[in-house]
Every structure is written in C-alpha cells, then in structure tokens.
Ligand binder design. Structure first.
Ligand SMILES: *[C@@H]1O[C@H](CO)[C@@H](O)[C@H](O)[C@H]1NC(C)=O
Ligand SMILES: *[C@@H]1O[C@H](CO)[C@@H](O)[C@H](O)[C@H]1NC(C)=O
Ligand SMILES: *[C@@H]1O[C@H](CO)[C@@H](O)[C@H](O)[C@H]1NC(C)=O
Ligand SMILES: *[C@@H]1O[C@H](CO)[C@@H](O)[C@H](O)[C@H]1NC(C)=O
Ligand SMILES: *[C@@H]1O[C@H](CO)[C@@H](O)[C@H](O)[C@H]1NC(C)=O
Ligand SMILES: *[C@@H]1O[C@H](CO)[C@@H](O)[C@H](O)[C@H]1NC(C)=O
Ligand SMILES: *[C@@H]1O[C@H](CO)[C@@H](O)[C@H](O)[C@H]1NC(C)=O
Ligand SMILES: *[C@@H]1O[C@H](CO)[C@@H](O)[C@H](O)[C@H]1NC(C)=O
Length: 657
C-alpha cells in the first residue's frame, strides 16, 4: 500500500524550507536571473503519495501514479529498481490464430508450390525437394489427417499420376507416406535424394589392376579317398555313405582330387591355388588385391558340424590364401557356411543375453583377416561389431564394403522374426552410411557379399533385396562400380536397372553383380577361379578371365603321382559375349554392356547356350538350355532382386546342377 505524505511524521514540515532554499543569482534585463538553483530537498507536494520516503536522499522518490484513463494505479514493483521484471509475462503478445486443419493443408500446398517456383533455388532440385519435405513434415505432425490429401494435391499439382486419389489417397499410399514424412529426418540424411546431375565421373587411367576372385572353397578335411563318390545321400566321399542301388560295392571310388557329389579335398584346393599365379601371369607381379566371396566349410549334415569345425576351416583356408596369394590384401566376406549353426546369424537387437551369440565367429574372422594383414585393426574392430562386415577406404579412391548376406538369406531362421522388415539387422543401414560417405568423398565402391540378391530369386528374401535394389539404384552408377557375390557355385550375373526395373533397357542399366563360380565341385560342377582386369581410376572391370578344372577327369589321375589336376583357361567375358556389340577396347564391361549382351542373346540363342556351358564351368554334367530355359536365363540376368525375378521370369532354370 502506498504511504501518504501526511502519515510520514516530520516530512511535511520541511516543505517550506525546501522552497526557501531556492536561490536566484543576478538579473539580466528583460529576462529572469542568469541562474537558478533548485532546492536540495525533493518537492514532495508534486504528488499526493509515495511508495517510499521521497525525502530520503538514498533512493529515487517513487510517487504513486494513477492513470486517469484506466483508473489503475501503477504498482510499486514496476519502477522499483530492486524488482525490475525480467519477463513481461502479464501482458498479451499477439500471435496469428490457430489455423484449422483445412487451412494448414491449403497453406502447405501453397508453400510447396511457391518453393517449386522460387528462383532462389536455381536448378538445385535437392534443396527444393528438402524444403518441400520440411513443409510436408510439419503438416504431417500438426494435422496428420491431412497428410494423404497433401500427397494427392501435390500429385495433381506436379502431375505425377493419372489418378492421384487412387494412388496417394488415405486408402492407398497416403497413410504410409504421411507416417514416413512425419518421422523421417527430412532435413538431414533421410531427405538426401540422388544428386542430379550426378557428380562428374572419375577418369580412367588406362592402367589395369589385376584382381583375383575366388569363392566357395568348401574344404572337406574329412574327405575319404576310395569311399563312395556316387552316394545316394549327401555328403559323398565320406566313410559309411553308399549308393542305394549298390550298397555293398562302391560304384565310384572317391578320387584323390575330388568328385562331383563331394566338397573339395585339400589336394584340390592346393592344385587350384598353385595354378592361380601361373595361369593368371602374376607370378612376378602378384595381384593388386583379391576377393573372397565366402563359404569355407564343407556341406556336412547339421549334426556333424560344430563351432570347432567351422573355426578349423576358417583357420586352414585363410592361412592357405595368405601363403599362396601373398600379394595385395584379400577382401573376404562371411558366407552362410562360415557360421554354426549353418546359415544362422542373429540380429544384435535380440534380448541382451542373445545379442552376442555369434561374436565368437565375427571375432575369429576379423582377427584372422587382421593377422594376415588384409585389414587394419580399426577395420577389424568394425567387423567384430558389424556381423563380420566392414568397409575399407583404400588410398586409391576405391572403397570395399562387405555385407553379411545371411541377413537376406532364406535359410537364416532369425530373418523370420519381423519378416515384414527390410533391415532388422541394420546391415543395409550400415551399407547406406558407407555409400553416402563414399559419395561425399567422390570415391567409388565395390560391394562384396556371399548370398546373391537376385538371379532366379530362390535364395534371398524379398523385402531386404527390394531395399538393396533401391540402394543400388540410388548410388549407381556414380558410386557403385561393381558388386560381387558367390554362393550358387555357378558362373552367373545380375543387372540392376533404374526405377526398380520398370523399364528394362540399355539406357536404364545401372550396375551389375558378378556371381563367382566355386572351387568346390559340389554339385555336378567343375572347379574354377577368375581374374579381373580393372581400370585403376574408375575401378570398372575391363575384362574377366575364368579358368576351370574338369572334375570328370579326376578318376583318371588315380594310381599315379606324376600329374595332378589341370586348370584350363575357359573364357574371356569380353570375347565370349561382346562380338556383336560396338564397344571401345577400353570401354568397361559395365551394366550397359551387359544389357547389350542380353539383347545379343535374344537375337542369338547360341550365346545363351554358351552362357549355360560357362555357368557350370564347362561341366559335362550341365544340362542343355534351349526354349523356355533360354528366355528364363536372359530374364535372370536382368533380375537383381528376388521380387523382380519372381515377377518377370519363368521358374526352374536357375541352376545347372
Ligand atoms: C538452370 O539450368 C539451365 C539449363 O541447364 C541453365 O540454362 C540455367 O542457367 C540454370 N540456372 C541456374 C540458376 O543455375
Ligand atoms: C551313380 O549312381 C546312379 C544310381 O544311383 C547311376 O544311375 C549313375 O550312372 C551313377 N553314376 C556314376 C558316374 O557312377
Ligand atoms: C549286401 O550285404 C548284405 C549283408 O552282407 C546282404 O544282406 C545284402 O543282400 C547285400 N546286398 C546286395 C544288393 O548285394
Ligand atoms: C524406356 O526407356 C527408354 C530409354 O530411356 C525410352 O526410350 C522408352 O520410351 C522407355 N519406355 C517406357 C515405356 O517408358
Ligand atoms: C558403360 O560404359 C559406356 C562406355 O564407356 C558408357 O557410355 C556408359 O554410360 C556406361 N554405363 C554405365 C551404367 O556406367
Ligand atoms: C547384331 O547386331 C545387330 C545390330 O547392331 C542386330 O541387327 C543383329 O540382330 C545382331 N545379331 C545378333 C546375332 O546378335
Ligand atoms: C551367335 O553367337 C555365336 C557365339 O558367339 C557366334 O559364333 C555366331 O556367329 C552368332 N550367330 C550370329 C548369326 O551372329
Ligand atoms: C520392385 O518391383 C518388385 C517386382 O514387381 C516389387 O515386388 C517391389 O515391391 C518393387 N519395389 C518397390 C520399392 O517398388
């Protein structure tokens, strides 16, 4: 409460004295004095009352002011220097009215239309798209019921489809699109579209690197020479197996170097490894680097396998590769047979007690690769914590990104937890992170895995390989130079096209995955290996040379020790398939070329028969391929995901076994 002057004893008495104290000095004609000094005592009569003692000389007098207009009295705290308010929280700060949900939609459409037309973005469709996504995101959060309507209106505005309501309305894609926009980090990584135009391509140097590719060694350390090699129940060339037609007499005694129903004995693996430097002409130069696309362990029945047996096979084979291919790193991946139980790998997001159940294997593989000097300790640590997958940033502008493809393999039971998901393990997220880093750095990438993503589509799951296909589209051809798989033991390949292969043509071909045939003859196949010539600037394949040994001849090597098996040159890919394609001598065997090969195959089925022969490494046991088989083969060559194969191709012609 304000205090009135009259209540302050003694203060009023001073009033007259105050005025009396005013002094004037001198006079100037027609004016007042030349100077005037006010009294030192505050003229308390000016106001009726004061909040403090106006005569006190230690503080500013605080008169009580009433507003004649509002009839309010201004409170003491407003001017009291000890209580200066730091926030004006008691007065209105006007904001625009809450827009209705319908208005929000209308404004979002307007904003996106004006972003599309705004010259400030120039030709930067990426910035434009990100800005538009930001608008859409806030609509999806503030008025989610309007998300599908926005999708429909934008579809109409930009003329995306003939019937936008049917495609993007609430009863079709409107709901998932709204959810994704609401939750995605559209201003960050999630909103990064494919660059347009693509960054300038890396320049070819004309220098050719030599790269060895081997796969599916499948050593059988339990191989038993003389046992039944033509048994009725796998795995043959083992003690106790027999042919049901001839249970007491061995039909085909297992030869020392291997047989068609058997995995590779150590002697066959050594024969292959010893032939590699001689046949590839690398005895003096060595390889720049090598690829090993997985599978070391033999095809025993589950009951005969164990962790110990898996670790043994990993140890002996990586030791042999180190001894025999001792030039350049070998980039190796985990195959479905390189775990126990076979093909099983659990995602890290199971309950904590089950999370690390396969770490024994990842640790062992990573440590072997590191001890062999193929990857450094940082990369090995990444492999230990990424399901044995890793990414190597080489100093020459190539990145090797490996995958644990058991996470899209049908035989890994853990994939059936949340089958609707595309990336339960996080493996494909790892891939996109690494690809984005490569794009940002202007590097090229080779992706290495074991289980193929496409071909006839019988091995991988639909959802993860659909996602993989989209990732390949996003990062090809400017980042991904090549993809390499193994697993089928057969010489195959898949082409990837833009827009999920909705228009299969040479113009839309983006990438290829080379599927490497095996060293093991299992089943009905010859044994083989391959070398690529690769441009050291673009990391594109300029040619691919494949060698094989005729397993059918191995019985004839019995009973003597002068000769082991012979590996033979089988074919140059460029020469075999490129005869009718106009292509410069240093133009790469890329997706465009491979698509033209499939067109040549359509015009000349002799080329498909040739492909069929090479598919089994020229095995006498491969069945011929004509009629619907030829159509199917061309179709598999054009299928990079399981779904595309299922959608487009006749079934039943994938294998020559
Ligand atoms: C946009 O692209 C066109 C055609 O390529 C070009 O003529 C124009 O200068 C570009 N505009 C800006 C702002 O970059
Ligand atoms: C293998 O055994 C089957 C009968 O089970 C027989 O038809 C076939 O001719 C045998 N093949 C060889 C190479 O011995
Ligand atoms: C195989 O040997 C068993 C035991 O000696 C005999 O009972 C059986 O008749 C023989 N089978 C054939 C097909 O000779
Ligand atoms: C497919 O792509 C080719 C090459 O880009 C183009 O000429 C053709 O019109 C496209 N076909 C369809 C049906 O879109
Ligand atoms: C493949 O190489 C040819 C010739 O150099 C080139 O014109 C084409 O664009 C390349 N295709 C891809 C998918 O990189
Ligand atoms: C070879 O290519 C030409 C066009 O360059 C085409 O007309 C012809 O059918 C092709 N022949 C074969 C057998 O691929
Ligand atoms: C078809 O391809 C085979 C294998 O390359 C070749 O020998 C033959 O001349 C081709 N036929 C035609 C008509 O081009
Ligand atoms: C790609 O095409 C396949 C086959 O038609 C289809 O199953 C799949 O859903 C498509 N993927 C996307 C992302 O559209």
């Amino acid at each position: 409460m304000p205090r009135s002057v009259s209540k302050i004893g003694g203060v009023s008495l001073l009033l007259g004295a105050g005025f009396a104290a005013a002094q004037a000095t001198g006079t100037i004609s027609g004016l007042g004095p030349s100077a005037y000094t006010v009294p030192g005592v505050f003229p308390t009569s000016v106001f009726q009352s004061y909040y403090n003692d106006p005569t006190a000389t230690t503080a500013e007098p605080q008169p009580v002011i009433s507003d004649p207009v509002t009839h309010k009295t201004y409170p003491y705290w407003l001017t009291n220097p000890e209580t200066i308010p730091q926030v004006d929280a008691w007065e209105p700060h006007p904001l625009p009215p809450t827009a209705s949900s319908g208005q929000l939609l209308e404004y979002a459409v307007q904003q996106i239309a004006s972003i599309a037309a705004n010259p400030i973005f120039g030709n930067d469709t990426c910035a434009q798209c990100t800005a538009a996504l930001e608008v859409a995101k806030f609509l999806a959060l503030a008025a989610p019921e309007q998300g599908p309507s926005l999708a429909v209106k934008l579809c109409e505005y930009f003329d995306y489809a003939d019937d936008c309501e049917t495609e993007y309305g609430i009863f079709s894609l409107g709901s998932p699109i709204t959810q994704v926009v609401a939750f995605a980090d559209v201003g960050g990584y999630d909103g990064q579209p494919k660059p347009n135009p693509l960054p300038p391509p890396r320049q070819a140097t004309g220098e050719r690197l030599k790269v060895l590719h081997m796969s599916d060694l499948h050593i059988d350390p339990r191989y038993t020479v003389g046992s039944e090699a033509n048994c009725s129940d796998y795995l043959c060339c083992r003690p106790g197996v027999y042919n049901k037609q001839s249970p007491n007499t061995t039909v085909l005694p297992a030869p020392m170097y291997g047989a068609y129903y058997c995995d590779a004995p150590l002697s066959l693996i050594l024969a292959a490894l010893d032939s590699v430097p001689v046949l590839t002409g690398t005895e003096d130069t060595g390889f720049d680097f090598s690829l090993y696309t997985g599978d070391l362990v033999s095809h025993d029945n589950e009951n005969e396998l164990s962790r110990e047996y898996t670790l043994y096979s990993e140890t002996i084979l990586y030791n042999l590769l180190k001894q025999k291919i001792n030039s350049g790193p070998v980039y190796a991946v985990l195959g479905n047979h390189d775990t126990y139980n076979e093909a099983q790998n659990a995602p890290y997001n199971l309950t904590p007690s089950l999370t690390g159940q396969f770490n024994w294997d990842y640790d062992h593989l990573a440590s072997l690769w590191e001890l062999n000097g193929w990857i450094d300790s940082g990369v090995a640590q990444q492999a230990r914590t990424h399901y044995a997958a890793y990414s190597v940033e080489r100093s020459d502008g190539l990145r090797i990104i490996t995958l644990n493809t058991d996470f899209w393999y049908k035989a890994n039971y853990y994939n059936y937890i949340n089958l609707a998901g595309s990336d339960n393990s996080g493996m494909l997220r790892f891939l996109t992170d690494e690809l984005q880093a490569a794009e940002d750095a202007g590097d090229r990438v080779w992706i290495l895995g074991h289980v193929l993503s496409g071909w006839d589509g019988t091995n991988p799951l639909d959802n993860p390989t659909n996602l993989f296909y989209q990732i390949v589209d996003r990062y090809s051809p400017h980042v991904i130079a090549n993809i390499f798989f193994g697993h089928t033991h057969e010489d195959q390949l898949s082409i990837f096209y833009a827009n999920n292969a909705t228009n299969i043509s040479a113009e839309n071909a983006l990438a290829v995955s080379w599927i490497m045939p095996s060293v093991t003859p299992l089943t009905n196949l010859n044994s083989g290996f391959r070398m690529y010539e690769v441009d050291s600037g673009t990391f594109e394949v300029l040619d691919s040379y494949t060698w094989y040994a005729d397993v059918n001849s191995f019985s004839s090597l019995e009973g003597q020790t002068e000769f082991g098996p012979s590996y033979h040159f089988e074919y140059s890919t460029r020469e075999a398939y490129g005869g009718n394609i106009t292509w410069g001598p240093n133009d790469p065997l890329n997706a465009t070329w491979w698509h033209l090969v499939t067109e040549s195959m359509e015009a000349n089925t002799t080329l498909v028969e040739l492909f069929n022969t090479y598919q089994g490494k020229s095995s006498v046991r491969s069945p011929p391929c004509t009629g619907e088989c030829a159509t199917a083969k061309i179709c598999y060559l054009r299928s990079g995901s399981a779904s595309i194969a299922q959608q487009n191709c006749p079934t039943g012609y994938g294998s020559v076994q």
